[in-house]
Write a protein that binds this ligand. Structure first.
Ligand code: TPP
Ligand code: MG
Length: 528
């Protein structure tokens, strides 16, 4: 068999059976090999940023990596922003990046570029697959590397693909065993939590799943510590029957206020909190002065390895033996009526979110009310923008829906961010994915209006222009985007909602019918 066939069979033997692809000439043998391996689901995306975001969403839900197939350096580069988000999420992703034949590289043909440099920016593991006989083993090594919670990039030269002599592996390689939490770290955290002094327990990584949250809540109930989740969790389990947790706010002043007065900060799977950006006169390090930080379990490592959860469970058994967590009761807001606003839209979502939903949240400013309105909704998973690189929502929903065909996926998507990777809608339609997308159409990069003021940029209100030239760069109102038309053009039925009743009707219909739907929710920008 040729190298491409061996690579594919090795991916399958290693537990990777889904490939989000945007191929080119150098990947044609891989594409041809897919034909002979029907167990590998190949999903075509029309932009590499959709493929990489889909791989991220897939792995967050399936708890194992998908592969991407990308075309040389430019294809990988197009996928970079969502690989960045995957890296920050600790998501396993295996990139297969086609390259020129090894004999062709010296000619500096048009698509020649420094793939390793591009890959290095986001990958914890990079290998140039130089030999057909070894490409099967390379693929297995890539999967094992990814399963440690990182992006692994395997470069596949065209001749390594097409030459005969490929040797597939038949067994997955072992994944590195997790390192247990050091007894000293456990003792220090226990001492801090039982000190009687104000203490915050910040959970992240695998500890934002139900088991970790349950253990954290038991600790909080017994010690008086406050539990907070990191601002942008990879996968937060929530809703009725799950221990409730609030997230550390994004806005720096609000985050400072949340943490003010704490004497101890225990980190379980979370990084020590820092502000998202630097602002003149505001802190970057959000640990309050005089607060001791106790890392219990680090942020590194795969979502699935359970290190932080196991540490919290050990701590809970120590500090709160025999107790049970307080679980969120079922409760939904009333269905509102009248004009659609950020708050009425949030109430509609809270009232109608279906059982077992996977929520992909890139609602940005329009999502402000959602944590409160959905806290008692039926149990669901909430995926967030882990790396701040926008355009993740529609692609990540794609991957989540491929991973969880039996669960409804709701993609809560701000308009400006939607446009980066809007072509994901075509893949939603082509694959018949059960994704309900709400576009929050506020005709603005609304959050940047706040940021413009927060950074104290001097041109705001300048006498010559009144700041209107700066504001125009944050305005999406002309020409007005038509998301229903965009969706229709890609095979997704869409409808526009201007009232709470229309949004509710559209969401009910979308939930009742299988396949993808889009609702364009016309909401006034939260920041005028
Ligand atoms: C890849 C990338 N490019 C640009 C930005 C800067 N940025 C942050 S938010 C934002 C606009 C968001 O607008 P929208 O999605 O409409 O949400 P809204 O603020 O209106 O709620 C931009 C351009 C970014 N974070 N990531
Ligand atoms: Mg917007």
């Amino acid at each position: 068999m040729n190298g491409a066939q061996a690579l594919l069979r090795s991916l399958l033997a290693s537990g990777v059976d889904t490939c989000f692809a945007n191929p080119g000439t150098s990947e044609m043998h891989f594409v041809a090999a897919l034909d002979g391996v029907p167990q590998m689901r190949a999903v075509l995306t029309l932009f590499e940023g959709v493929a990489t975001g889909a791989a991220d969403g897939y792995a967050r839900m399936a708890e194992r990596p998908a592969a991407t197939l990308l075309h040389l350096g430019p294809g990988l580069g197009n996928g970079l922003a969502n690989l960045h988000n995957a890296r920050r999420a600790g998501t396993p992703v295996v990139n297969v990046v086609g390259d020129h034949a090894t004999t062709h590289a010296k000619y500096d043909a048009p698509l020649q570029s420094d793939i390793a440099a591009i890959a290095g920016a986001v990958s914890g593991w990079v290998r140039h697959g130089a030999l057909t006989a070894e490409i099967g083993a390379d693929a297995a090594a890539a999967v094992a590397a990814a399963r440690a919670g990182q992006v692994a990039t395997l470069v596949l030269p065209a001749d390594v693909s097409w030459n005969d002599g490929g040797e597939p592996v038949t067994e997955p390689l072992p994944v590195a065993a997790r390192t247990p939490v050091a007894p000293d770290a456990l003792r220090a955290a226990a001492d801090a939590l039982s000190s009687g002094e104000p203490c915050v327990l910040l959970v992240g990584g695998d500890a934002t799943r139900a088991a970790g949250l349950a253990a954290a809540d038991r600790i909080a109930a017994a010690t008086g510590a406050r539990v907070l989740a990191e601002t942008f969790p990879t996968r937060l389990e929530r809703g009725a029957g799950v221990a409730r947790v609030d997230r550390l706010p994004y806005a720096v002043d609000a985050a400072v206020a949340q943490l003010a007065g704490s004497r101890h900060l225990v980190l379980a799977g979370a990084r020590s909190p820092v502000s998202f950006f630097a602002y003149p006169g505001k802190p970057s390090d959000l640990v309050p002065p005089g607060c001791d930080v106790h890392p219990l379990a680090g942020r590194e490592g795969p979502l699935t390895d359970g290190t932080a959860t196991a540490a919290l469970e050990e701590l809970a058994d120590l500090l709160a033996p025999g107790t049970a967590p307080r679980l969120a009761p079922a409760s939904r807001p009333e269905l509102p009526t009248g004009p659609l606003t950020v708050s009425t839209a949030a109430a509609v979502v809270g009232a109608l979110l279906p059982e077992g939903a996977v929520v992909v949240d890139e609602s940005v400013t329009s999502g402000l009310g959602l944590p409160a309105t959905t806290a008692g909704a039926p149990r669901h998973d909430w995926l967030t923008l882990t790396g701040g690189s926008i355009g993740y929502g529609l692609p990540t929903a794609t991957g989540a829906a491929v991973a969880c065909p039996d669960r409804p996926v709701w993609c809560l998507q701000a308009d400006g961010s939607a446009m980066y990777t809007i072509s994901a809608l075509w893949t939603h339609a082509r694959e018949g994915l059960d994704i309900t997308t709400i576009i929050y159409h506020n005709s603005a990069y609304a959050i940047l209006r706040t940021e413009l003021m927060q950074v104290g940029a001097p041109q705001v209100g300048a006498a010559d222009t009144g700041g209107s030239r700066a504001r125009a760069l944050l305005d999406l109102g002309g020409p007005e985007l038509d998301f229903v038309a965009l969706a229709r053009g890609m095979g997704v039925p869409g409808v526009r909602a201007t009232t709470a009743e229309e949004l509710a009707d559209a969401l009910r219909r979308a939930t009742a019918e299988p396949g993808p739907h889009l609702v364009e929710a016309m909401v006034p920008a939260l920041v005028p």
